[in-house]
Design a protein around this ligand. Structure first.
Ligand code: GDP
Length: 558
């Protein structure tokens, strides 16, 4: 194709097109020479991409509030929610739909209504990235607490920047400077000390400092250049859902890309629906929702959990097909989505799929954390970087498991139990939890995992047993035991052991299995059969032949 033809096709002049040629690395072209197919493709892609970029528009930052219990997260969320009700709107009731939007002259901000890192990480474990900025609330009178640190680790492993709100600034005898100093040790160095963390003193109770907090969120959002293309079919994430008594399933969607319209057909996880009605966080009916807008929609066939992806599709037919496909795939996949385990670490390393082993570490004493980290950091390895995404004392909790799940990491416990429910969540999420009592064992196992020396645990699966009723000697080498299968089944080529008087006298392979004269694959209970075993001829009436297989199972939670 000639350059001028291409220029015409895309509505750019030849001069512009020559500039593009330069940018994509096509040299020495003039308007008369022809273009190779791949060159034309490069140019087309460039034009398409820059058009898409051109459609990108600024969007509001989405904020999650985190922090230790009782430090004032809910109070701040509510205070900001109330502050947006202007005199004109006074008396209007806001609707709790899971998130709300504050609109200021300088811009808007979306606040997720469920504070805390648990909900944040649970969504992330489903693969949803919703939050752009975390506001970490620290009560000035209490300072840095375990959940403050936990929240920092959860935000960091999601790569989400943190603004610190020192709350309860109205209280007497407080020392915000000490909080800054303490948090600096965890990498949150204030701007005035040469770091890049924004700190704001606030009071959720009196409202002091909240305007400044909102300004800082907008400022950071501005710096992050948060953008989305509103001219596309909508995509987003479910942040809340409920089954309403009369309305049916209600989903709150945070639109993250494109614009959601009334009447749109969508897929959300394994379900689909049609947007029959939409309300915003004021409870007002709306017809469309642009990026960074939370809306509650009516018309889903089912409720789906928070964190589920949401996407508008072109037709009901397509929606049904996608859902069918997802359901099929889910059926095929064995029970849980398997996450990284120590056992397959080596294989993944070889495939080049991971370069970092992320560990959530829970120990009995603070001192053990340092000791373990030091010991593990001494493991000589170039293949993998070992990083501790969260280390703390105490039992392994649900939130530890979710953090590991969201980051495709593992959980290591040292002399600590699994909290109730955590084991169940670990199973559901497919997260490996290993508990050790001796540091040496822990270090050794990680070392062997990196070297690919960690074998999966082998477990015996007993298939069934047969009793020898009569022995047939055909030749010295060929002796067949006429048997009756008494429970389960015996299977050809399976492992067998011969038990005589309660003792195992031989272990081998079941090489021949016959019903009358015919070879068969397996024989089940209450059926007679002939069995021959490799390298064994010394059958006696009354011997028990146990048929079993060895299955490799991932090492169990210890
Ligand atoms: P959350 O667990 O972090 O959501 O904390 P809450 O918002 O429930 O607040 C815990 C307690 O601290 C409540 O009794 C609030 O009234 C109180 N509180 C919250 N913010 C402030 C504040 O700025 N000043 C004072 N004095 N008390 C506050």
């Amino acid at each position: 194709m000639r350059i001028y033809e291409l220029a015409k096709k895309y509505g750019v002049d030849s001069k512009k097109l020559l500039e593009i040629c330069e940018k994509v690395g096509i040299k020495d072209k003039n308007s008369l020479s022809g273009l190779k197919e791949e060159e034309a493709l490069k140019i087309e892609n460039y034009i398409k991409e820059s058009k898409e970029k051109g459609n990108l528009q600024k969007r509001a930052p989405v904020v999650t509030i985190m922090g230790h219990v009782d430090h004032g997260k809910t109070t701040i969320l509510d205070a900001i929610r109330k502050s947006r009700i202007t005199a004109k709107e006074y008396g209007q009731i806001t609707q709790k739909i899971g998130a709300y939007k504050v609109t200021l002259p300088q811009g808007s901000i979306v606040f997720i209504d469920t504070p805390g890192h648990e909900a944040f990480t649970a969504m992330r474990a489903r693969g949803a990235k919703v939050t752009d900025i975390v506001v970490l609330v620290v009560a000035a009178d209490e300072g840095v607490k375990p959940q403050t640190l936990e929240a920092i680790d959860h935000a960091k492993s999601a790569n989400v920047p943190i603004i610190v709100a020192i709350n309860k600034i109205d209280k007497p005898n407080i020392n915000p400077e000490k909080i800054k100093k303490d948090l600096s040790e965890y990498g949150l160095v204030p701007e005035e000390w040469g770091g890049d963390t924004i700190y704001v003193n606030v009071s959720g109770l009196t409202g002091q400092g909240l305007d400044e907090l909102l300004e800082m969120i907008l400022l950071l959002g501005e710096m992050m250049e948060l953008k989305a293309d509103p001219n596309k079919p909508a995509k987003g994430t479910i942040i809340e859902s409920q089954l309403h008594k009369s309305k049916g399933p209600l989903l709150t969607v945070l639109v993250q890309e494109g614009t959601l319209h009334l009447g749109d057909i969508f897929v959300a996880g394994e379900t689909w629906g049609k947007v029959r009605a939409m309300v915003d966080d004021w409870g007002k009916r709306i017809e469309k929702a642009e990026p960074s807008t939370p809306v509650e929609i009516l018309g889903s066939n089912e409720v789906v959990p928070p964190g589920t992806k949401f996407e508008v599709v072109s037709s009901e037919k397509e929606a049904k097909e996608i859902c069918e496909r997802i359901k099929e795939e889910k059926k095929k996949a064995v029970s849980t989505v398997k996450k990284l385990t120590l056992e397959d670490l080596y294989r993944e390393l070889k495939k080049g799929e991971i370069k970092e082993l992320k560990i959530v570490l829970k120990t009995d004493y603070i001192g053990s954390i340092e000791a373990i980290r030091n010991a593990i950091e001494k493991i000589p390895t170039e293949e993998v970087k070992i990083s501790f995404i969260h280390s703390a004392t105490g039992p392994i909790t649900e939130s530890d498991i979710l953090l590991a799940s969201a980051s495709n990491g593992i959980v290591i416990g040292f002399n600590v139990p699994l909290a109730p429910k955590a084991e169940e969540v670990a199973k559901r999420e497919g997260v490996e939890v290993k508990i050790y009592r001796v540091i040496y064992e822990l270090v050794d196992e990680i070392k062997r995992a990196i070297e690919g020396m960690l074998e999966p645990e082998e477990k015996e699966n007993i298939l069934g047993q047969a009793v020898v009723k009569k022995v047939f000697k055909f030749s010295k080498k060929l002796v067949v035991a006429g048997c009756l299968v008494v429970d389960g089944k015996v299977v050809r080529d399976s492992n067998v052991r011969i038990i005589r008087d309660g003792k195992v006298i031989f272990e081998g392979i079941l090489t021949s299995l016959k019903r009358f004269k015919d070879p068969v694959k397996e024989v089940s209970s209450n059926t007679e059969c002939g069995i021959a075993i490799e390298n064994f001829t010394d059958f006696k009436e009354g011997d028990i032949i146990q048929s079993y297989t060895i299955v490799k199972v991932p090492r169990k939670l210890k």
